[in-house]
Design a protein around this ligand. Structure first.
Ligand code: ATP
Ligand code: MG
Length: 334
């Protein structure tokens, strides 16, 4: 049902038929730290233990979660990602465990939860650090018993899922400080993988920057093909608090503004400065336009996502991602 589909991102089953050797194909790196991490990923993926990924925002946690799935014996099963912090607390239980018809007002039909949708595959619980303690208890029980109980049901259903979770919080510290259940942390983190910051693997900066400049999804310009030496120097010496995601944004912005195949230093400088100031760049302008368009569109169809997606000529999954990116909730327009 639409209502419940909202704040979640579902990326199911794109790993079917893919050769398992491709498990790390999307991860570009020439850093020894990352290579060490990837060999751990490869080794841990073979088992079925719950894995916890810790890393600052934009370091590639979701990419690693997908890689674990692809390298695992479950790679032919579904990979389902849930952004736990994007789902309102009172919906999280029915999102994950499902509900029976009539379990609460608005539950017009039975609905399967994401645990069941991920059966025989991997469930990626992203941004897990901010759950209420009441919900932590429910999740712990599900993980211990390997069974879930849909909201409003009194029978439990066995589920066969591998749990991968992630947070930018140091959950162990949070658990030590009493902000997260220690027993749940141990369940989730049979092994912990820590993603290095981009500034700890500077050798990846040029690799990624050169990749992003030639694979930019900017609709404004495909002129730029590379960076001048000086431009690259600036990228290499920058601190990248937003890690790979920030580098990707900066390169896309540069690419949108570039008028020459080799990007000069002053353009990179300008974009990095703009990112730190209130000056609106082309990327932000595009994003703002996109958001306003989505708001108008959703208003015109009273928040009906299927209809809005059709009018925007996109598919529902993509459309949800777009709404997610702009933090728009279809129910606001009903
Ligand atoms: N090693 C890499 N090679 C290629 N692309 C990467 C790499 N690491 C990250 N990216 C890209 O950077 C972006 C951020 O990665 P991802 O979403 O996996 O990070 P995250 O840690 O989950 O970030 P967030 O905290 O913002 O959710 C994505 O577009 C991803 O494809
Ligand atoms: Mg993420």
């Amino acid at each position: 049902m639409d209502k419940i589909d909202k704040a979640l991102r579902l990326s199911a089953g794109n790993s079917h038929n893919k050769q398992q050797e491709n498990w790390r194909a999307n991860i570009l790196t020439r850093s020894q730290l990352m290579e060490n991490l990837l060999s751990e990923v490869k080794r841990l993926a073979q088992g079925d233990a719950s894995l916890f990924i810790h890393g600052e925002s934009g370091t590639g946690k979701e990419l690693i979660a997908q890689a674990i799935h692809k390298a695992s014996p479950r790679h032919n099963g579904p990979f389902i990602a849930v952004n736990c912090s994007a789902i309102p607390e009172d919906l999280l239980e029915s999102e994950l465990f499902g509900h029976r018809k009539g379990a609460f007002s608005g539950a017009f039909e039975h609905r399967q939860g994401l645990f069941q949708a991920a059966d025989s595959g991997t469930l990626f619980l992203d941004e897990i650090g901010d759950m209420s303690s009441a919900f932590q208890v429910k999740l712990l029980r599900a993980l211990q018993e390997r069974q879930i109980r849909p909201v409003g049901s009194n029978t439990s259903i066995p589920v066969d899922v591998r749990i991968v979770s992630a947070s930018h919080h140091d959950l162990e510290k949070k658990a030590n400080d009493g902000g997260f259940r220690m027993d749940l942390y141990y369940r989730l983190s049979v092994a912990k993988l820590t993603l290095p910051k981009l500034s700890e693997r500077r050798e990846d900066i040029s690799l990624l920057a050169n990749y992003f400049i030639t694979h930019s999804d900017s609709t404004y310009s495909y002129v730029a093909k590379g960076f001048s030496n000086q431009a690259m120097e600036i990228l290499l010496s920058y601190d990248w608090p937003g890690n790979v995601r920030q580098l990707q944004n900066v390169v896309e912005h540069v690419s949108a503004l570039a008028t020459t195949p080799i990007v000069p230093a002053n353009l990179v400088e300008r974009v990095l400065q703009e990112k730190n100031s209130t000056m609106q760049g082309l990327k932000e302008a595009k994003s703002q336009f996109e958001k306003e368009y989505l708001i108008k569109l959703l208003r015109s169809v009273d928040g009906n996502v299927s209809q809005a997606a059709r009018l925007a000529k996109g598919n529902r999954t993509e459309f949800y991602k777009l709404l997610d990116r702009h933090q728009l909730k279809p129910t606001t327009f009903k």
